[in-house]
Design a protein around this ligand. Structure first.
Ligand SMILES: C[S@@+](CC[C@H](N)C(=O)[O-])C[C@H]1O[C@@H](n2cnc3c(N)ncnc32)[C@H](O)[C@@H]1O
Ligand SMILES: [Zn+2]
Length: 291
């Protein structure tokens, strides 16, 4: 079970040495509840325990909405994806090895921090850094484990992280910036990626009008990573889930389909599905080493 405690700025105190100022890239220091660089750029730690280091264009509300994040938390707490969390944790522990003490495990697009928390449980002593563009996600991730520091930042832009400090980076159903992931990883570090296959949720695709997972996703991933990483292992995981209508609602509402289907329309379509329904969850996990 992951350690659940009240979030506070001390979560970030152990992670701050991995961070840099998002404006000028100088080192950051935590004083009371503010992160500061030597040039005077300052970032307040929110009362919920995360810090907003987003300085790009747009606004940090661009990622998952409060509703999506809540659906994700509720669905993941049902345990249906626990085998995926377990496999990620095993692969992470094998990658990090005995050097886990005090190493940094980064997850970009960390959502509620569910997978990062399970990985940290298997890597005692390692520090977790949860990066997400959604402040609603960062709030939850800050509470997910005693060794997680949560940050709002754009994972598709420059990361507010020092170069060569990360032992393991996770990308679980999230955007991947290969160039930046390579920069922040230690030369002997690893990148662990989880993606859905084209069979993922196949029983629901037609009845609910869900987005199709691109059959070429794996090839696209390989070609985007190829300039920066060597492939170093691939694992398939397929689960048969028996889901109620409520669980289907949560599952669909927590992912990219939530941006495409109106919640009322989704309910109308789900009402036509007989419950419980057996649904395939199908994932590929791959390990990559920096070039
Ligand atoms: C499908 S969810 C996966 C969350 C988590 N990894 C999990 O599997 O539970 C994708 C996450 O990526 C975040 N995200 C989307 N665009 C992002 C970006 N440019 N930078 C950082 N996070 C981003 C979303 O807010 C969301 O939390
Ligand atoms: Zn600065």
């Amino acid at each position: 079970m992951s350690a659940q405690t009240q979030p506070s700025s001390h979560y970030l105190s152990s992670a701050v040495r991995f961070l840099c100022c998002p404006v000028c890239t100088a080192d950051l220091e935590l004083r009371a509840t503010t992160l500061r660089c030597s040039r005077g750029h300052a970032f307040d730690v929110a009362r919920q325990g995360y810090v907003n280091l987003f300085v790009g264009r747009g606004h940090p509300g661009r990622g998952d909405t409060a509703r999506m994040v809540e659906a994700r938390e509720r669905f993941l707490s049902s345990g249906h994806y626990a085998p995926l969390a377990q496999l990620l944790a095993e692969l992470a522990a094998a990658s990090v090895g005995p050097a886990a003490e005090d190493s940094c495990i980064l997850e970009v697009g960390a959502g509620t921090g569910y997978y990062l928390a399970r990985v940290l449980d298997r890597c005692p002593g390692a520090r977790g850094l949860a990066v997400d563009i959604s402040k609603f996600a960062a709030r939850r991730a800050a509470r997910a484990h005693a060794r997680i520091g949560a940050i709002v930042a754009d994972g598709e832009n420059s990361f507010p992280l020092r170069s060569g400090t990360v032992t393991l980076a996770l990308s679980v159903f999230a955007p991947r910036n290969a160039d930046e992931l390579h920069r922040v990883l230690k030369p002997r570090g690893a990148l662990l990626v989880a993606t859905p296959t084209s069979r993922h949720l196949q029983e629901l695709t037609e009845p609910l009008g869900l987005l199709h997972v691109d059959e070429c996703k794996a090839e696209r991933l390989s070609s985007r990573l190829a300039p920066y990483f060597h492939p170093s292992g691939q694992h398939a995981l397929e689960l048969k889930l028996l889901l109620s209508r409520m669980e289907i609602t949560l599952l669909v509402s927590m992912g990219p389909n939530a941006f495409h289907i109106d919640p009322v329309e989704l309910q109308r379509r789900i009402a036509h599905v007989a419950e419980p329904i057996e649904v395939t969850a199908s994932f590929t996990l791959s390990v990559h080493r920096p070039k």
